[in-house]
Design a protein around this ligand. Structure first.
Ligand code: PLP
Length: 394
């Protein structure tokens, strides 16, 4: 019998990263992100069952919406079936018309771009920032200055002739984009801002919660997000008219009447069921503690990766407070070719690590979509590794 040779030693990057994970996590098998139900979840779900209000009517939906608005400081929250549906309706409410272009970061989850396609609009992909991992507003300004012009108060892409009606910044892994500069650029070019805040519940930029800066913002409560309702999402807005419209469109656009079925627009059955909202109310009670734990986990990882040759842990952008939804390790540019070896070594050791998303323009449904130069997004996509990030790991 020969002595097994270790797959990787601390002389190699995969070995060093694995060793750092052992130091922080100890446990043998750790998932990327898991929910925990340690509050009033069972109690509220039981109340739903006893009342028989498990579906599209019930008090937990109103309560969840009111508590989301209170937590985020955004005036209105409309709970829906998932974050993708929230984006779809938010874009419709932002006035995105069929054939318009909507600016979307190339480095995002596919839902951001899919929602644009659901509106029969065209995603137009733009580059990211090394500081925030999200949309780079200065690169965007340069790109728009070269590609677009104002005609009758609309921003028009002079290469395609299409109106560029909205921009959807996404707060990547919970880290806020430079929203103030982005709002300026959007104003200059008459483009409406809809924030994809699916990953950033609990993240603030100069003390204000993400999702409340644009005309509309959206959240997700999928099982892998900071808090979960099973599946779920929400539309955020400070505009009362848009909030009423959001509720109307996501509840089949039915006019209130004791018995008549009159629908005055093409509506959607996107309302969040009461039973999901019950879970959400219980999870929301624990959100401040969850965010604190995730920030604490960041500090523990930061210590373990401090001074490591070849990789560094991503830190929240200046002026922001991140929920650190997913912890991100950035390999040095010159070591990007070792990404898959690091993924293999850490997964073999029982730690679920993942690369980030493939860039949107490479995906079949986005074929032929316009795009800016994407040097930063390409660099980031090649060398980001997400680490186990559940709150309870802290
Ligand atoms: C999770 C997520 C969404 C929405 O996802 P759903 O699963 O539909 O709730 C949208 N955008 C981003 C960036 C996400 O991470």
């Amino acid at each position: 019998m020969s002595v097994p040779t270790p797959i990787s030693s601390v002389d190699t990057l995969p070995g060093r990263v694995t060793k750092a994970l052992v130091d922080v996590l100890c446990e043998r098998k750790v998932a990327l992100h898991e929910p925990r139900f340690e509050g009033n979840e069972a109690k509220y779900l039981q109340q739903c069952l006893e009342s028989t209000f498990v579906s599209s009517v019930g008090p937990f939906v109103d309560r969840f919406e009111a508590e989301l608005a209170a937590y985020t400081g955004v005036r209105h929250a409309i709970a829906v079936v998932n974050g993708t549906a929230a984006l779809h309706v938010a874009l419709l409410l932002a006035g995105v018309q069929p054939g318009d272009e909507v600016l979307v970061p190339a480095l995002t989850f596919v839902a951001t771009a899919n929602a644009v396609l659901y509106c029969s609009a065209v995603p137009h992909f733009v580059d990211s920032s090394f500081t925030t991992l999200g949309l780079d507003p200065l690169a965007l300004r340069e790109h728009l200055a070269a590609r677009c012009e104002l005609r009758d108060g609309h921003c028009v892409n002079h290469e395609t002739g299409r109106v560029v009606s909205a921009v959807v910044p996404m707060h990547t892994f919970g880290h806020p984009v430079d929203i103030e500069t982005l709002l300026e650029v959007a104003r200059e070019f008459r483009i409406t801002v809809v924030e994809d805040a699916a990953e950033s519940l609990g993240s603030t930029w100069h003390g204000r919660h993400t999702g409340g800066f644009g005309l509309l913002g959206t959240l997700s409560f999928n099982g892998n997000k900071t808090i979960t309702t099973g599946g779920g999402g929400a539309i955020l807005t400070n505009d009362s008219t848009l909030a009423r419209r959001a509720k109307h469109l996501t509840t089949t656009a039915k006019l209130p009447h004791r018995w008549a079925f009159e629908h005055d627009a093409l509506g959607y059955n996107y309302r969040m069921p009461n039973i999901n909202a019950a879970l959400g109310v219980a999870q929301l009670e624990q959100l401040p503690a969850i965010v604190q734990s995730k920030r604490c986990l960041y500090r523990r990882y930061a210590q373990a990766f401090d001074g490591m040759v070849g990789a560094r842990l991503f830190t929240e952008p200046p002026g922001s407070s991140s929920n650190y939804w997913l912890q991100a390790l950035l390999l040095d540019e010159t070591l990007a070719d070792q990404r898959d070896a690091v993924l293999a070594a850490t997964n073999d050791a029982g730690y679920m690590t993942r690369p980030c998303w493939n860039l949107m323009p490479t995906m079949a449904p986005m074929n032929g979509s316009p795009a800016a130069a994407l040097p930063v997004a390409q660099s980031l996509a090649a060398r980001i590794i997400n680490l186990p990030s559940s709150a309870f790991l802290a």
